[in-house]
Design a protein around this ligand. Sequence first.
Ligand code: AGP
Length: 589
Amino acid sequence: MCGIVGYLGKRQAAPVLIDGLYALEYRGYDSVGIALSDGSTLKIIKKIGRVKEIESARAERGMVGIGHTRWATHGDVTAENAHPHTFRGITLVHNGIIENAEKLKKQCIEEGETFASETDSEVIAHLIAAEYRGDLLDAVRRGCARLVGSYALAVLCEGEPDTVVCARMRSPLIVGKAKDGLVVASDIPAVAEKDASLYSLEDGDFARLKGDEIEIFNAAGEKTLRERMEFDLEDGAADRRGYRHFMRKEIDDIPEVLRASKEEIDRSFCNLDLYRVLCQTEYIQVVACGTAYHSGLCFQAALERVCRIPVEVDIASEYRYMDPIVRRGTLLIAVSQSGETADTLAAVRLAKRRGAFVIAVVNVKYSSLARLADAVLYTRAGREVAVAATKSFNAQLMALYSIVEAFAAVKGRRVPTLSHIERRAARTIAAAEGVRGWVPYFVGAKSVYFIGRGVDMCTALEGSLKLKEISYLPSEGYAAGELKHGTLALIEPFTPVVAILTRRDIAEKTMNAVHEAYARGASIFLVTCFEEFCTEKEIASSVLIPKCPSDFSPILSVIPLQLLAYYVSIARGNDPDKPRNLAKSVTVE
Ligand code: AGP
C-alpha cells in the first residue's frame, strides 16, 4: 500500500503535498515524490527514503500537484520506481496493484513504447496517454477500463494543467474542498483541516478537480454525489505529545482507549437490532489479518469457554481462497484497525455473497470495511500511527469481549465482568516497565519463543508478532504443551522463552513446559497474575499483572509483550514506529 495526495488551488502546492505525505507515511516509506505544475511546466522530484528526503522541494513553485509515498510491491526500491510516473504528458501517482500489468506492458513495448521503471503503475500512464484526445477524464476512464486489479489514482496532464483527475477501484481515495483549494488523498489525516469538506469515493468512481469545482462520476459515468465525511481533527492528529516514539505513546493510551471503546460499543449495543442478529446466529466465523487475527483467536477462546458457542477463526488471505462453507445463519465478524486491508475486504465480500451477516470491528470511520459491513462496532483507539498495532489490539479485544457479553446475555450465561479495566490496564503498564531489565537477554538472541496454553497461547502469538515486526528477531508464539513435540530442539543455553500464565487451572501444565525449556538452558521470563510462580527458580524475571477474568486476560497480559518488543527494538537501533518492509495498512494483496 502507498499514500497518495493531490492539491490544486490558490496556495503553492509543494508544502500542502509534503505535509500531506508526512501524514501518509504510515502507508509506506520506501520512496517519495511529488509533481508540480505552474501551468506551463511540470516538475517531478522523487527520491528513495522517507518524506524528509524531499523537504528541499518545499520551496518549489506550482499551484497544482500530486505526491506519493511508496511501499514497494512491483519493482525494487529505486528512484526510477518511485512515483510520480510520467509518459507523453501524463503524470500520475498510484496506490494498488495492477494484476494484468505485465501483459499490458508487453503490448505497449510491442507498440514501440519504452518504460523508465519496473512498476505496474507506469503502465497506467502509458494507457491513459494512448487514450488522450484532449479530455483527461475520458482518457483516464478508458485507460482504467483495461486494468485488472486495484487502484487509487491522481493524474495530471500537460494539456490540462489546471486539472487533477482521480479514480478509485478497491484502494481508498477521498476528494474534498479545503481552505483555498481542492484536495485528493488516500486518507483523511493528509488533508484534514478545519471546515474542510471531504468525500470518500466509491469503487468505480472518477473525479475531476478543476478551478473550485469537484465533479464525481460513478462507474456508469453518471455525475453523482458522495456522503460528506465527518472527522475529528483530534483523531487524525499525529501528535507524539513529547514521547520519543508513537508506539510508546500509544501503549500509554491503552487505558483511555479501553474506556472510550467500551463507551462506544455500549452505545452500539443500545441498538437492539444487534441483539436480534446474535439471537439468529447459528454459526460464527471471524476473518482478519495479523494482529487483528490474533484478537479473533482471543475472541474465540473467550466465547467458546463462556458461551459454549463454536467459533471458526480464519486468516483472511486463506479464507478467501478456501472456498469457505457459509451456512444459513452465519455471522461473520471482520476485525480490522484500518478497515482497508485488502485480504479482509475480499474475504468479507465473499462471505456476503454467500449469505453471511457481517459485523465489522473497525477503528477508522468511513473505511471501506465500515461501508461494506452490515453492522459496525467502532473501536475508539484514535489514530494509531505506529505500524505495530498496540492500543488498537486492546480496543479490538474490548469490542470482541463486548460481543461475548452480549451473547452471554442472549444465551443466559454468566460472564465475568471487565470492571475498572482501564485502571487495571494502567497498573499493568506500570508493572510492565520491568521488561526493560529483560532487554539484554533478547537484544542479541538467535531466536525467541513465547509460550502459553489456551487463551495465553493467543497472547503468545501476538507477543511474537510484535517482537518480530519491530526488532527483526526470529520469534515464534507456541502452544506450551507442543514445545516438546519438536521445537524444543531449537532451545539452546540462554534462548529467551517468555511464558504467559493467566489460567490457574492449567498453570502447572504451563510450568511443565517452562521446566522442559529451562532444563535445556533457556532463560525463562514470565507474565502472570499469580505471584506464587514468580519466585520459582526457573524464572529469570517476571512481570506480575493485575488479576483479570482469565478468559479476557489478553487485554492485559499482552501489554508487557508490547513494551518488551518496543524496548528490544530501540535497543537494536530500529525505529519501532516505521519498521523495515512494513506499512500500517496493507491495501494490496
Ligand atoms: C500488526 O502490528 C501489524 N501492523 C499487522 O499485522 C496488522 O495487524 C494487519 O496488517 C491487519 O491490519 P488491519 O487491522 O488494519 O486490518
